[in-house]
Design a protein around this ligand. Sequence first.
Ligand code: PGA
Length: 244
Amino acid sequence: MKKLIIANWKMSPASIKEAKTLLAGYRRLIKNPRAEIVAAPPLNYLFLFERSSRFKLGSQDIFWENEGAHTGEISPKMLQSSGVKYAVVGHSEKRALGENDAIINKKIRAGLEAGLKIILAVGEKSRENPDFWKTIKHQLLAGLKGIKKKFAKNIIVAYEPVWAIGSGKTDSPEKLFEITILIRKVLAEIFGRNKALKTPILYGGSVEPENAASFLRVDGINGLLVGSASLNAKKFSAIAKAAR
Ligand code: PGA
C-alpha cells in the first residue's frame, strides 16, 4: 500500500498570490513522489490545481446534502465533480466549533455516496485520563455507525491527538503503535477483521521533516496528515520524501 501524505492547508495561505507560490514550491520540490500526495487547500484555491497533476485533491470538510437551499455549503457531489478525491471529516478544529458525532456520521455517509474517500479524524484532548482511548473508540463507533461494509475500502482513519495539533508535542512511536492496534480492533467490530486490516491509518499532530520518518516506520501507520509544515514547500517535500 502506498503511503498517503495529506497537506491540510487549513485557512492558509492568506492570498491567491501566496497560494500560487506555495503550489509552485510543491511542483518544484515534489517531482516523483513514492507516496500518494493529497493537497487539501481552502476550496477557493482548488482551481489552481490542474486535474492531471501529481497531487490528488482533498477537501477539509464536506456538507451532508447534495443539493438544495443550504446557503454557504458545498456538496460532496460538487467536490467530486471538481476533481476532489478525498475529504477530511471530523477534524478536531471542526469538532471544537460544535460539530458532533451525528453530524460527522451524516457527512461521512454523504461523502461516501458521492464517491469520495473519507478521512475520519479522531483523537483525544488529553492523555491524563488513562481511559483516553475510549474517546477514540467512541468517535469511531459513532462516526461510522451504519456505514455499509462495501464502503470500508473508502475509509481512512486519521489519528490526531488534539494535544499534539499545532503544539510541537508529538506522540511516541511506541504509543502510536498501541493506538493503531486499538483503532483496528474497533474497525474490526464495525467492518470485520479483513477490512479493518486494510484500512489505512494516518498520524497527525506536529508532523515535521525531523519526525516524519519515525511515525512512518510505525507498523500499522500508513501515512501522515500534515498541518502547519504543509505551508512550507521545503518542509512538506521533505516529509513527502520520508515516505518510501
Ligand atoms: P499540525 O496540524 O501539523 O499543524 O499539528 C495537523 C492537523 O491539524 O491536521
